[in-house]
Design a protein around this ligand. Structure first.
Ligand code: SAM
Length: 289
């Protein structure tokens, strides 16, 4: 395996700053050049692209992205790493390092504030603790993102690409299939990082759809229906919906599901996008539950 070490100058800087990788920030740095290439290739970068990178760390992936894109906006929460990156990329004006928390930020605002172009691509080796909330927000938020290529924990990757009827299939799978065309790019062993994490990882490519694959009148209601159906996973749809936050009596839900043509005794994990859309439509038609 082609395995570049952390450059001596970077190591020296970090040692001088007393830097120790923080587990709580998911600081596991990618040191496998082959995987860095696979991530960059999956992003299909052109000289016109703006890339938003979340958590650039010590800048290994950043450097590769900057070689192929017009601009890389790199958001790093760690002050020592952000200062390191500002120094490393001082002679590359196309790399803009922003010190801050990507989880709370508006990605469109981050990109436009520094003159980036819309739509843009999100590329990241994501810290584990923000993966699900960040992807959920980026997918639901209607931001000007055309493509997301991310390294995530293997279990999350399997959920992102899961099909109905599998044990990995859940509300994140439905949201991802509704908003994107997901693809698993590669599995990544834990030895590709320093320090070595406790879990394996995988890279996924999510090509954001320009229009949804099924007609959903009310997206917010659709997402609530999906979450409720998976909220009590082992239950039938009728039991999962009755008494949940959407309201409605057992009889109301039986009639909504009948109207949608869905057997109330089925479980959420067997439903495809079209079927969730049918339930949302039947619910919206009723006005309220
Ligand atoms: N991209 C680098 C690589 O591939 O080697 C580092 C990836 S490491 C898994 C995750 C990085 O995200 C760390 O540098 C960490 O400090 C940063 N990070 C953690 N939480 C963050 C947040 N909320 N916003 C921005 N960066 C964050």
């Amino acid at each position: 395996m082609d395995k570049p070490m952390i450059p001596p100058a970077v190591r020296a800087y970090l040692t001088a700053q007393g830097f120790k990788p923080k587990k709580r920030l998911g600081q596991h740095f990618l040191i496998n050049a082959g995987i860095i290439s696979k991530i960059a290739d999956a992003a299909s970068l052109t000289a016109a692209d703006t890339v938003l990178e979340i958590g650039p760390g010590i800048g290994t992936l950043t450097r590769r992205l900057a070689a192929n894109a017009r601009m890389v906006v790199a958001v790093e929460i760690d002050r020592i790493l952000a200062a390191l990156l500002q120094g490393l990329f001082a002679d590359q004006p196309q790399v803009i390092v922003v010190q801050g928390d990507a989880l709370g930020a508006d990605p469109d605002a981050l990109v436009s504030a520094v003159g980036g172009a819309f739509p843009y691509k999100v590329v990241a080796n994501l810290p584990y603790y923000i993966t699900t909330p960040l992807l959920t927000r980026f997918l639901e938020g209607g931001f000007k993102i055309s493509l997301i290529v991310v390294m995530v924990q293997k279990e999350v990757a399997l959920r992102l690409v899961a099909r109905p009827g599998t044990k990995e299939y859940g509300s994140l799978s439905v949201l991802t299939a509704y908003k994107t065309e997901p693809e698993l790019v590669t599995h990544v062993s834990r030895g590709s990082f320093t320090p070595v994490p406790d879990v394996d990882s995988a890279v996924v490519r999510l090509a954001v759809r320009t229009r949804p694959p099924v007609a959903v009148g009310n997206e917010a209601l659709f997402f609530r229906v999906v979450r409720t159906a998976f909220g009590r996973r082992r239950k039938t749809l009728l039991n999962a919906f009755t008494g949940a936050s959407l309201g409605g009596s057992r009889e109301t839900w039986r009639s909504v599901l009948n109207k949608a043509g869905i057997d109330p005794d089925r479980r959420g994990e067997t439903l495809g996008l079209e079927e969730f859309a049918l339930i949302t439509g039947a619910l919206a038609e009723r006005g309220c539950v």
